[in-house]
Design a protein around this ligand. Sequence first.
Ligand code: ATP
Ligand code: MG
Length: 651
Amino acid sequence: MSRIRILPENVANKIAAGEVVERPASVVKELLENALDAGARTVRVETEAGGRRMIRVSDDGYGMAHDDALLAFERHATSKLRTADDLLSIETLGFRGEALPSIAAVSRLLLETRAAEEEEGTRIEFAGGKLVGVKPAGLPAGTTVSVADLFYCVPARRKFLKSDTTELGHIASVVTHYALANPDKHFVLKSPTQDIVDAVPATNLTDRVYQLFGRQALDELVEIPPVQAPVRAAIMEPEIEAEEYAAQLGASGFVSRPEVQRANRNSIYIFVNRRLVRDRLILHAIHEAYRNIVPQNVFPAVLLFLELPSEEVDVNVHPAKIEVRFRHPQFVHDFARDAIRQALTRARPVPSFVTAAAAGAAGGATQPSAPAIFGDANTGGSARAVIPPMTPFGGIAAAEEFTLTTAPAQPEAQRFQFEPGATEGPAPNAVSDAPAPTFAQRFREIATQQAEVPASASSLLDLKPLGQVNASFIVAVNGEGLWLIDQHVAHERILFEQHLQARRAGQLTGQRMLVPIVAELSPRQLVTFERIAEELSANGFEVSPMGPRTVAIQATPAGIASADAEKLLLEILDGIERENSAISLDTLQAKIAASTSCRAAIKVNMPLDQKKMEWLLDELARTDAPMSCPHGRPIVLRYSLREIERAFKRI
Ligand SMILES: Nc1ncnc2c1ncn2[C@@H]1O[C@H](COP(=O)(O)OP(=O)(O)OP(=O)(O)O)[C@@H](O)[C@H]1O
Ligand SMILES: [Mg+2]
């Protein structure tokens, strides 16, 4: 007897449903996407019992004719794709033809639809994947899908569902995402007791953010004005015509000001061609953009919309379509990073003692995380919901990011909290009992401390050094207050900018070693070495192959002690290796400059005389970004005169 058999269709559908339908929020996601693909201008979502008893999604899109409505429940039945080639440039949210049959397989589903040009509509009922009724019906144009008793025939799945409020929180987040991505459409989300979202068509994203999150959230954000990719001097992927490519990329959205700091990534929303995605590459770009600005392990709130030609993104890499692959990842990465960075440079304050201390504490992995400014992109929860990780929207979140419990004792900077819908109606799913101060209250407290004397790069101009703390931190004063400067990172910043400038002007020369240093490279390091050998020599390195895996370092960039030469080379190679295979020349040069300057900079625990300190502060003031080192640590802390006066209770 043969062992292999083709699975019956209802079994196959249940398996597919396992991938697509994880919980009520995934049903809402699929139905919302269908409504948007059908050109809907208004989408209403009604739920009962967190979506497990009922989810109803109605739209005023183009509806379906009778035969199409039946066909829609066949697996791989779609109107959005015809040939395999179409897969290379998908412009709709759906394309797999899996969602409706998958949902129908695990619920009691009622589809009511009428195509605008038809007189009569169609009503189709399924139960556990079986067709139980088809009738003509008088219906308005558009489509309504009602999904009752989700997972009633899959008890194992049912058990994994969380409380109704938690599930409703996930649904609220999904609706919020799509409302953000489509400001011109009307979105409604209701439960039997609450109007959770009612966002009428808005003219722009700013108004939509206001509708969903209120005025205070807008105050915490900096807009990324719509930008197009700048033309890079050179890209290490020869097949790309940089100029042509750049003209097709666009970015817009909002990013949080540097003092808004989150302990996890839940407030980061990334949209690629209006599709919400979780993408490691873009997360990395965001991280890099904030690197100089927020401490490590601290995350911003981001609403980033990337637009690129559909053939540049492969969306067919994940069953729930929440991951994408870019054809030119490094380019997109650098573009996103630069767009955010530009927006942020306009809003970069100098860390004060108070915020730096709080932010430092926020970086500790053991701290519980606060609810997110925008709600919860990973978990689908709205801002106040206390929600565990999930896939599909939680795919990327590491376990340690979900340590949220009730009433955490948090440092100031972490307790920012924001309620969506604060402007109108009740807060959605207010699950957390802990009366936390609102985001705005907390922010105002810190903002007033910072806004008193807007500190900028020019604040450093007339600093007078007084001495060192622990031979590591320079103490200095000027009219603005008292300053502490980390001597190592300050020097690192100076060298970094000098190095990069000299490199870009083609003026870097190396220093020869008395005795060449022999270094052994791993096969991967060797490959990387060959790839960037030319750039290394333009940075002052002279490295020649000796044996199959050994190289001799004959010269290094200036300022590097011979004992550090090998470490520096290996650090550069390993740093590049971790990057994507396509790394832009800009990034490569910055990485080499960062590693070199870190090695060459004066260290901590090194006494400096007055002249040296003066020189250091002087040079620092001349740099473009004197506030943070190339690796992102703060360089200076300021205790402003106002803070001092307040601390002494003089004001
Ligand atoms: N709300 C709707 N309005 C109009 N047509 C719809 C609607 N929902 C579904 N359809 C039609 O039914 C088809 C099947 O829908 P389904 O969601 O199963 O697949 P899909 O959207 O094509 O792909 P995916 O599985 O990726 O979502 C769609 O291609 C579309 O033609
Ligand atoms: Mg679909």
